[in-house]
Each structure stands twice: as structure tokens, then as C-alpha cells.
Design a protein around this ligand. Structure first.
Ligand SMILES: O=C(O)[C@H](O)CO
Length: 330
């Protein structure tokens, strides 16, 4: 649906470029469908622009959606998120304004699963440490005591068997890993596709048996600090914790203590709280941790697919059609 510029529905975005702004390379595509308004433009000319905005595209959780913003947009119909996690949005508040919400689960799952496997492999085989040694001391030091953990045929426990968890399992299969998973509801269809994957109704039994535990659940009040001191103590001392969901799903203070005391072998985190961590944070002083700056979805192709998925969701909402990835308040 390409209309003349005058008729295009207004799309509010935080900014163009920058950490929380839509990518420059997506602007032309967005402009084919929408009249783009940045938050700066909106705040400078609120009276005129507030009636134009029919949709908001959240990029990297921005702009912040609060009561004041919602009240000032009488024609807002839909908010599309540029990822799968919706923990930064007050879904109930948005719904009270009659505004629909959507996320982008299809675009993100493969890249996020790739990031999970990359962290698992990098931690197991000490790639980051090895790289530092090679750069700073020279290759001969790498022959020293650089023993890692074998991934092939190790046991991977996946907490959260949604589309990302499933794609991690598919990747782990190629490494001949044994797969355990925990999910609120058993996913028999995935078990059939992943012959031999074992469902653990209780998270404890997954923690006790796994060499690698990968956390892939959404952040909700129920999953906040799901992995705490008790859970880490249940893990094998040789086990590695990998978190690609949200920082707050893991009790970070407990994690620091567990890593310092050797309760678990290592952690590999794409998410923390806050993001980024302050430079003096104790996690940044530990050798048995890898931290990446929330890289989960970040590939050129994936970010493009996310924007395309968001546009599809927004256009459906504006045309009164079923929204492919609608998110309802629970
Ligand atoms: O939720 C997601 O899909 C990513 O973490 C980006 O926010």
C-alpha cells in the first residue's frame, strides 16, 4: 500500500540513527509507507503533529511509552516493537487506550539462537581469553594451559522452548548435544522434530543434569530472578550459564558470588542489568565471564527483517486486519 505523501499515516520513531534510532538504511523503506516523525520533531511541534501519529515504531525500546505520551496521541492505533521481548512496555496501560501492540518474533529467532550458540562455544572453548592472549602475549602462550570444555555430546538444558529455544536445539543437534528443556507447557511437537529431546517438568532436574544451561524465557514477574543462588547451587560446578533473554531473569548478585566461589564454571551473557554495566561492576572483573552488549539480533539482514515485520504489523492494524504478531496484555 503506497499512498501519496500527504495521505501517508504518521509513524513516530525515537530518532533516526544513534543507539535508539531506526537505522538510516531503513528510512527509505519506512517512508514508502509512512510519514516519519521523530520524537524531537514531535516535541517541537506537538500541537500539529500529535493528530498525525497513527503508529509508533519502537527501536531498541525507545521512545518510552508512558501515560503522558499516550494521552497526547488521539489517533494512535498501534505500537510495533523491533524485537520479541515486550518487558519494557506496560501492555495493560497501552491497551486501556485502545492501542494494539505487536512484536517481531519471526525476524529475530534465528539470529538470537545463533548468538546463544556463539556464546556457548566461545565460553566452552575460551575463545575470548585465547584471543586476548594471542593479541597481547603472542601465539606461543596459547599452547599453555588453555583447556576448555568439550561441546560435542555434552548436555544442553534450554529454559524456554519458544521459537528461539527450538532453534537453539536445532543448532545444538548439529553438535550432537543431548537436549533437555523446560517450558511452562510441554512441546511435544518439538520433541518429535528433535528426536530424543527430553522435557523436564521441574527446572531443578534440568539444572542438575546440564553441562550448559541456556536461558531463553521472556522477562515477566514470574521469571524475574528465575535463576538465583539456589538454582546455581543445583548446577554442576563444571556447568556454564548462558543468558540471551533479559538480564533480570538471572540474579546478577548471586551470579557474581557463584562465579567467584566456583559454584559454577562460567557464564556467558548477552544481557545484563543495567545495560551497559557500569565499568566498575564486579562481573567485569571476573575471568570466567563473557559479556556481549545485547548483540542477539544484530545482523544487517535481521534488522531489515524486523523492520519489514513491524511494517506488516502496523499496516494490518491500520487497515483493520488481523495483526500477524499481535501481543495481548496477559
Ligand atoms: O527482544 C528481542 O528480540 C531482543 O532482545 C531485542 O530487544
Amino acid at each position: 500500500m503506497i499512498m501519496g505523501e500527504g495521505e501517508l499515516p504518521g509513524l513516530l520513531v525515537n530518532e533516526i540513527g544513534g543507539i535508539h534510532g531506526v537505522l538510516h538504511s531503513h528510512v527509505e523503506f519506512l517512508k514508502k509507507h509512512f510519514y516519519l516523525i521523530t520524537m524531537k520533531e514531535f516535541l517541537e511541534d506537538r500541537k500539529h503533529l500529535s493528530k498525525k501519529v497513527q503508529a509508533i515504531y519502537l527501536w531498541w525500546h525507545k521512545p518510552v511509552i508512558d501515560q503522558e505520551l499516550l494521552q497526547s496521541l488521539p489517533n494512535l492505533k498501534v505500537i510495533a516493537n523491533s524485537g520479541v521481548g515486550m518487558d519494557h512496555l506496560d501492555l495493560k496501560l497501552v491497551a486501556t487506550f485502545g492501542v494494539k501492540m505487536a512484536n517481531a518474533p519471526h525476524a529475530v529467532s534465528s539470529s538470537t539462537a545463533d548468538t546463544g550458540m556463539a556464546l556457548l562455544l566461545a565460553s566452552a572453548r575460551r575463545l575470548v581469553e585465547g584471543c586476548h592472549v594471542a593479541f597481547s602475549l603472542g601465539m606461543e602462550y596459547c599452547e599453555a594451559d588453555f583447556l576448555g570444555v568439550k561441546v560435542t555430546r555434552a548436555t544442553l538444558g534450554i529454559i524456554g522452548m519458544g521459537s528461539i529455544g527450538y532453534k537453539i536445539a536445532l543448532r545444538a543437534r548439529a553438535f550432537e548435544m543431548n537436549i533437555l528443556y523446560h517450558n511452562r507447557t510441554r512441546r511435544k511437537e518439538h520433541e518429535e522434530q528433535l528426536v530424543g529431546a527430553v522435557y523436564c517438568e521441574k527446572i531443578d532436574s534440568l539444572l542438575q543434569q546440564s553441562d550448559f544451561v541456556m536461558v531463553v524465557v521472556s522477562l515477566t514477574p514470574q521469571t524475574h530472578k528465575l535463576i538465583g543462588k539456589r538454582e546455581m547451587e543445583l548446577m554442576k560446578p563444571t556447568a556454564t550459564l548462558i543468558n540471551i533473554s533479559r538480564g533480570a531473569v538471572v540474579d546478577q548478585e548471586a551470579l557474581v558470588r557463584a562465579l567467584q566461589a566456583g559454584v559454577i564454571r562460567a557464564a556467558a551473557l548477552d544481557v545484563t542489568y543495567p545495560e551497559p554495566l557500569p565499568r566498575d561492576h564486579p562481573l567485569l572483573k571476573l575471568k570466567n565471564v563473557i559479556i556481549t552488549p545485547h548483540l542477539g539480533i544484530k545482523t544487517e539482514k535481521t534488522t531489515r527483517m524486523i523492520t519489514e515485520e513491524a511494517v506488516e504489523n502496523i499496516l494490518a492494524a491500520l487497515n483493520g486486519l488481523p495483526i500477524p504478531s499481535e501481543v495481548l496484555p496477559s
